[in-house]
Write a new protein. Structure first.
Lengths: 302, 204
C-alpha cells in the first residue's frame, strides 16, 4: 500500500513539474510565436499576389477581411458575415445574416475596433452581444478581399482540409473569375519526404493559373511529371528559364490534371480535392453575399 | 556504478561502437521512413541531439528521485516535455529553422533510442557523463541518418542535398519506405564488414 501511494505521489509530482515547464515555455513563447505567424501570413499573402521585396505592393492596395460564421438558433441554422463598412471614414462593421437559401435575414451593426476584430475571442464577443440571447455562433472561415482602389484584384482564402494524417492548412489566392493565382501550404503534418513534398514548388505551383472551369473537374493523374513542366514549375528556385518560356509552358499545361507525388497519392488527392472544394464553395458564397449586399444597399469598401 | 570512459570516449562510442542505427538497431522507424535525403537526416539528427542531451541530463539529475517502478512513464514524460519546449522555443525565436524542422521535432517523442539511453545510461551515471553520452548518441544518430540519406538520395533521386549530381534518377524505389529496409540492412552489413577487416588488420 505504501509503495502504491509513493508511486502515485511521485508520478503526480513529475506530471505537475512537466506541466509547469511546458506551461511556462508556452506562456513565454506564445506572443513571439503569434507575431511570427502573423508576419509569415502577411508575407505569404503578398507573395501569392505576386509582390516581393523587389516589387513592393502599391499603397492603394487594400485588404479587407471578411469573417463567416454559422449561427444556430434552437434547431435553425443560418449564416452570418462580419463585413467591414465603408461609411465615409467612420468604418465599423456589420453582421449580415443570411439564411441557408441565400435570402437576407437581418443586419446588425457591430462596434469593434479594427485591431480587435483580428482577435477571434474579441470578435466573437462583439457579435454575440449584438445578436441577443438564444443564439450561438461558430466560426467557419475567413476571406480577405484584395482591392486596388475601387477594383477587386483578388481574393485570399485561408483554409484547411483533411490530409493524409491531420489537417493541411493552406492559403490560396484566386482572381475575380475564381482562377487560382497561387497556392501556399501553411501548416501540415504529412510524412517527410513523401506527402511532405506538397510544399515543394513542383507540386503546389501546378495549381497556379488553373481557370475556374478546369478546377471544377480537376483530378489527379499518376503519370510522371513531364521534364519541361518540372523546369517551369521550379523556375523560381532554379532559374534557367526565362519568364516568357515559363509562361509558355504553364499555358501548355494549364488545362491538365494534377500530377500526383510519387509515393504520396493520398496527400496529392487531399490537396487537390481540398482546393477544388474551397474554390467551388467560395464562388457561390461570395456570389450570394454580393447579391445580398447590393440588394440591401450595404456600402462596403470592396 | 560510474562509467570509466572519458568524455571523448563517450562521444566516439555513440558514433562508432554503439551507433544507434547500425549497432544498437534502435529507432528504425525514422531510419527507414525519413532518411530519404541527406537534409532530412541532418534535420532529424539535430532535433534528436537536442532532445537526447536535455532528457539525459534531466534524468541524470533526478535519478535518485525516480521510483524504480515508474521509470518508463517518467522517461516518456521527460522526453515529451523537452520535445514540446524545443518545439515552442524554435517556433517563437527561430521561425526560419522551425519552418524546416517543425515536422521532425514532433516525431521524436516516440523514438526508442532516447528512452533506451535514459534507461541504460542516464539513470545510472552522472550529469556530466550523461551529457557527453547524449552528444555521442545524437551525433551517432545524425551520422547514421545522413549516411543512409546520402545513399538513398543519390540512388533514388540522383541528387545530393537537393543539387542534381547525376542528372537522372537511377533507382527511384530507393526513396520509398520499403527500400529503407534494404538500405539499412546493406549498410549495416557494410559497417560490420569494415569492423571485421579492421580487427583482422589490428591482430595481424
Amino acid at each position: 500500500m505504501k509503495t502504491i501511494l509513493t508511486i502515485i505521489f511521485r508520478l503526480t509530482v513529475s506530471c505537475l513539474l512537466a506541466g509547469a515547464v511546458m506551461g511556462a515555455a508556452f506562456v513565454m513563447t506564445s506572443k513571439a510565436k503569434k507575431h511570427n505567424e502573423h508576419v509569415k501570413e502577411q508575407k505569404v499573402m503578398l507573395n501569392l499576389l505576386g509582390y516581393s521585396e523587389k516589387n513592393p505592393a502599391p499603397a492603394s492596395l487594400g485588404m479587407h477581411a471578411l469573417y463567416r460564421y454559422i449561427v444556430t438558433e434552437g434547431e435553425a441554422l443560418s449564416m452570418g458575415y462580419l463585413v467591414p463598412l465603408a461609411d465615409e471614414g467612420r468604418g465599423g462593421f456589420a453582421f449580415v445574416a443570411i439564411d441557408l437559401d441565400g435570402n437576407f435575414l437581418a443586419r446588425h451593426p457591430v462596434t469593434i475596433a479594427e485591431e480587435e476584430a483580428r482577435e477571434a475571442d474579441a470578435r466573437e464577443q462583439a457579435i454575440l452581444s449584438v445578436l441577443g440571447p438564444g443564439r450561438t455562433i461558430r466560426y467557419a472561415d475567413q476571406t480577405i478581399i484584395v482591392t486596388d482602389g475601387e477594383k477587386r484584384m483578388a481574393y485570399l482564402l485561408p483554409g484547411k482540409f483533411p490530409g493524409f494524417k491531420t489537417f493541411i492548412k493552406v492559403m490560396m489566392a484566386v482572381d475575380p473569375a475564381y482562377g487560382i493565382l497561387g497556392l501556399e501550404i501553411m501548416e501540415h503534418e504529412e510524412d517527410p519526404g513523401l506527402g511532405g513534398e506538397i510544399v515543394q514548388d513542383y507540386f503546389k505551383n501546378q495549381f497556379k493559373g488553373k481557370a475556374f472551369d478546369t478546377i471544377r473537374k480537376l483530378d489527379v493523374v499518376k503519370t510522371p511529371l513531364p521534364g519541361d513542366y518540372l523546369q517551369a514549375l521550379e523556375a523560381g528556385k532554379r532559374g534557367g528559364l526565362g519568364a516568357e518560356e515559363v509562361a509558355k509552358i504553364q499555358e501548355q499545361y494549364k488545362d491538365n490534371d494534377i500530377y500526383a507525388l510519387t509515393g504520396a497519392t493520398i496527400s496529392s488527392r487531399s490537396v487537390t480535392s481540398g482546393v477544388k472544394g474551397m474554390v467551388r464553395k467560395f464562388s457561390y458564397r461570395i456570389a450570394i453575399l454580393d447579391r445580398v449586399l447590393a440588394e440591401q444597399h450595404i456600402a462596403v469598401p470592396f | 556504478m560510474a562509467t570509466d570512459k572519458s568524455n571523448m570516449q563517450l562521444v566516439v562510442n555513440g558514433i562508432l561502437n554503439e551507433n544507434p542505427i547500425f549497432r544498437l538497431v534502435l529507432s528504425m522507424c525514422p531510419a527507414v521512413g525519413i532518411s530519404t535525403t541527406v537534409m532530412n537526416g541532418f534535420m532529424l539528427g539535430v532535433a534528436v541531439l537536442f532532445v537526447q542531451v536535455f532528457s539525459s541530463c534531466t534524468i541524470a539529475l533526478f535519478k535518485n528521485k525516480i521510483h524504480p517502478r515508474i521509470r518508463i512513464p517518467t522517461y516518456t514524460l521527460t522526453i515529451a516535455t523537452w520535445v514540446t519546449v524545443i518545439d515552442l522555443v524554435l517556433a517563437a525565436y527561430l521561425p526560419e529553422a522551425y519552418a524546416r524542422m517543425g515536422i521532425f521535432i514532433k516525431l521524436i517523442v516516440a523514438f526508442a533510442i532516447i528512452t533506451m539511453r535514459l534507461e541504460m545510461f542516464a539513470c545510472k551515471e552522472s550529469v556530466n557523463a550523461s551529457f557527453w553520452d547524449g552528444i555521442g548518441m545524437g551525433l551517432g544518430f545524425m551520422f547514421g541518418m545522413m549516411a543512409l540519406g546520402l545513399v538513398r538520395e543519390l540512388l533514388g533521386l540522383g541528387t545530393i542535398l537537393g543539387y542534381d549530381v547525376l542528372g537522372f534518377k537511377p533507382l527511384l524505389f530507393f526513396v520509398l519506405p520499403f527500400a529503407g529496409f534494404f538500405c539499412v540492412g546493406l549498410m549495416m552489413a557494410f559497417f560490420n564488414y569494415i569492423e571485421i577487416v579492421y580487427k583482422r588488420a589490428k591482430r595481424a
